[in-house]
Design a protein around this ligand. Structure first.
Ligand code: NAD
Ligand code: KPL
Length: 319
């Protein structure tokens, strides 16, 4: 029996959080939920990863400033037997669909599935796979990275917006857990606007930091390139029925470049570490949307092409 059950003996048991992907963001959510006394289970990639986790002592370490705390969290693989009522998908966009497909037989009919992926495209694929179950999209400005296996650093406090494009009703029990865990969040009826805006910001900033080999602030030396991309992205967002996401995009991009001037973008870091990027869910999604809407965005398309070539030269995938 947990402390919560002892305090509230008649309360119904808390819903377990199954966390698919124990990487940076998955680890950050798992440790904060566990710290709040909520039931958490990690779902690891395969038996070898599970064995490695158990050999490590079955705990994740959360590092915040200089504080380093270990949180014991049980783990399993996708072929466990417990039904899943609440699933947090915390893998990369290119892994999400396949990873959720392996868990589909375990998802209860009322399961809530929360998607943390950046960009657009993977959310629709997962939602189609698990429908009619509830699919909650999230957009987060929190920052986390792995310092070692099973060890995550909370690098940047931020905010997470959540919403359901099919149903504006807030999932109160789930949001109560986030509140209890101290995860700053807000339920929004318009999560797509948030995701489109972040997509446009990431398309205007991240690829250029890779191609110019610079921190975000280095883009201040390429004002015309940034302005042209913002102009084309603004036009595309409007054409795609996203006028709110398009509003004042250029000013917002400049604000983010200045506010994060000392940082390397997530795509820059992926390329620097020889990791696959999420380009297909950023520039790839934008290019496909432009084709569908017969919208001409030559500079964005040229950027996509240049980035694909750059990745290929480094032996990295661009899908
Ligand atoms: P990550 O690479 O650190 O973690 C992903 C984890 O998923 C890895 O541990 C990987 O092994 C695991 N995984 C992949 N396939 C799996 C499977 N089939 N079963 C089980 N585990 C599987 O990635 P991340 O940085 O945590 O990013 C996750 C998503 O969140 C991305 O879309 C990213 O853009 C987004 N995001 C990340 C941050 C951040 O600060 N890290 C911030 C905002 C958004
Ligand atoms: O989200 C980002 C990233 O690096 O992925 C920012 C900091 C906004 C740059 O696009």
């Amino acid at each position: 029996m947990s402390d919560r059950d002892l305090l509230h003996p008649l309360a119904s048991p808390a819903t377990a959080w199954h966390i698919l992907g124990a990487g940076s963001l998955g680890g950050l959510w798992a440790t904060r939920l566990a710290r709040a006394g909520l039931p958490v289970r990690l779902i690891l990639r395969d038996a070898a990863r599970l064995a490695a986790y158990r050999a490590h002592g079955s705990h994740l370490t959360l590092i915040e400033q200089d504080r380093c705390v270990q949180w014991p969290i049980p783990a399993e693989t996708a072929d466990g037997s417990e039904p899943i009522e609440r699933l947090l998908v915390a893998c990369k966009a290119y892994d999400a669909e396949q990873a959720v497909a392996a868990l589909r037989p375990r998802l209860s009919a009322q399961a809530d599935v929360i998607l943390l992926q950046n960009g657009l495209g993977s959310q629709e694929a997962v939602a189609a796979l698990i429908q009619p179950r509830r699919c909650i999209f999230a957009s987060s400005t929190e920052g986390a990275f792995r310092e070692a296996d099973w060890q995550v650093r909370f690098a940047g406090h931020g905010f997470t917006w959540l919403g359901d494009v099919q149903d504006p009703a807030a999932p109160t029990a789930l949001l109560d857990d986030l509140h209890t865990a101290g995860i700053s969040h807000e339920w929004t009826p318009d999560i797509l606007t948030r995701l489109w805006r972040k997509l446009a910001l990431n398309c205007a900033i991240n690829p250029l930091t890779v191609l110019h080999d610079c921190r975000n602030g280095g883009l201040l030396e390429h004002p015309c390139e940034v302005a042209t991309l913002c102009q084309e992205l603004t036009e595309l967002l409007q054409r795609c029925g996203q006028p709110v996401a398009a509003h004042d995009l250029h000013s917002d991009v400049l604000r983010v470049i200045q506010a994060t001037a000392a940082n390397y973008s997530s795509m820059y870091q992926d390329v620097a570490h020889g990791r696959r990027t999420e380009i297909a869910y950023l520039l790839g999604y934008v290019s496909a949307a432009a084709r569908r809407h017969h919208c001409t965005i030559p500079h964005v398309q040229q950027l996509h092409h240049r980035l694909c070539q750059h990745l290929a030269a480094k032996g990295l995938r661009s899908d």
